[in-house]
Design a protein. Sequence first.
Length: 74
Amino acid sequence: MTYTIFGRAIPKQYLSIATLTTIAGVAVASRSGSSSAPKSVDEAKKSVPLNAGSKEEEDFIRAFIAEAEKEAKH
């Protein structure tokens, strides 16, 4: 049996091979990401700058984050 795709006759075995190859390719590509271990929360906090305009603004941001973390633990 053949299927007509874009005006051409394509045998069904070619379509099944293409489907299986595509699935295998996507699976291999998704598993070959970065192998580094995820950062801990403390490392992430240290690596992200606050970019505050003043010392008071930086203190406010730090207090807000500490309060939000405290509420999240409840």
